[in-house]
Design a protein around this ligand. Structure first.
Ligand code: TXD
Length: 310
């Protein structure tokens, strides 16, 4: 069987680490695209030279154009500007909108059967732009946010309890931003509800830290934002699709009535397989959680409305 093909647009921090993870996992051939002259070419060559050390086989190409991206199975879009300290995700809207439009215009006709994994912020709004411009069916445009938010939630619970991250299952819903909705009631540690292991005040603090986890990293780094865990999250999704794993992961998916929302991208648990978002899974929410999700959906909707005016 021919190798699968993964294009990563935006070969910055997240894009480059995603490429490193994809190649180390031998997910397929890679194309790195960026606007900076020489940079994607240099990173692609560097990565190719790591192959003999890491024992993977893949063609890795860096380019400033799009012809090399033709017939990709997956396109991960990280192109955009990262948040600076004090800058909200929303400030990025106008700049990243035009970048996303220009990228998707090039990608969609060359890889008409691909699944687009959107990473650029503001995430949920960028998914909408990608869907509108590509005209792809909703199954094939999916946003990376929940996998990362959930990983952060799991990491904090692991730190709190001193137990393996492997045993912690969790889900975080909602838009990618301060309004995200971690769901402690669905979080388990080795099958045990987390609420039996962590007292309410500590758990509330962990939920709050999860909400602000992106900002915590931005404040520490001062320039740029998180990239190890975002890259790993995007590749987790790519792997689920390429290997048709049918994983249940929280992703930004286009809702048409699910959870009571119509025509917006929002983070919900989905079944990710070869077709992309094969199913949206609806879980029962408490009144409080539903209200929080409503607020999150309202924030995304507002952003999308603003988007139309830009
Ligand atoms: O959870 C999530 N979804 C996120 C999102 C987690 C982390 C980062 N998140 C967002 O991803 C972040 O706010 C940015 O919008 C993107 C990429 O973050 P990264 O940290 O990788 O930013 P970099 O290092 O600045 O890389 C962006 C690259 C950079 O090399 C630019 O030259 C390139 O994007 N870029 C472009 N590439 C192709 N085409 C165009 N038009 C373009 N414009 C910029």
């Amino acid at each position: 069987m021919a190798r699968r093909k993964i294009t990563i647009v935006g070969a910055g921090n997240v894009g480059a680490f995603a490429a490193a993870r994809a190649s180390a996992e031998e997910l397929g051939d890679l194309v790195l695209v960026d606007v900076v002259d020489g940079m994607p070419q240099g990173k692609a060559l560097d990565l190719a030279e790591s192959a003999p050390l890491l024992n993977f086989d893949a063609n890795i190409v860096g380019t400033n154009g799009y012809d090399e991206t033709a017939d990709s199975d997956i396109v991960i879009i990280t192109a955009g500007l990262p948040r600076k300290p004090g800058m909200s995700r929303d400030d990025l809207l106008a700049k990243n909108k035009s970048i996303m439009e220009s990228v998707v215009k090039e990608i969609a006709p060359r890889s008409p059967n691909s699944v687009l994994i959107i990473v650029s912020n503001p995430l949920d709004a960028m998914c909408q732009v990608a869907k509108d411009v590509s005209q792809f069916p909703k199954e094939r445009v999916v946003g990376m946010a929940g996998v990362l938010d959930t990983a952060r939630f799991r990491a904090f619970i692991s730190m709190e309890l001193g137990v393996s991250v492997e045993d912690i299952a969790a889900v975080v819903l909602g838009g990618h931003g301060d309004t995200m909705v971690p769901l402690p009631q669905y979080c388990t540690v080795g099958g045990i509800p987390v609420e039996m292991l962590i007292p309410p005040d500590r758990l509330a603090a962990i939920v709050e830290r999860t909400r602000k986890a992106g900002g915590e990293i931005v404040a520490l780094l001062k320039t740029g934002s998180a990239f190890f865990s975002p890259a790993a999250s995007a590749i987790e999704m790519a792997k689920a699709i390429l290997k048709d794993k049918k994983r249940i992961l929280p992703c930004a998916a286009y809702l048409e009535g699910e959870y009571g929302y119509e025509g917006i991208f929002l983070g919900v648990p989905v079944l990710l397989g070869a077709k992309g978002v094969e199913k949206i899974i609806e879980v029962k929410l408490t009144e409080e959680e539903k209200e929080a999700l409503d607020r999150s959906a309202a924030a995304v909707r507002e952003l999308v409305e603003t988007l139309k005016t830009l």
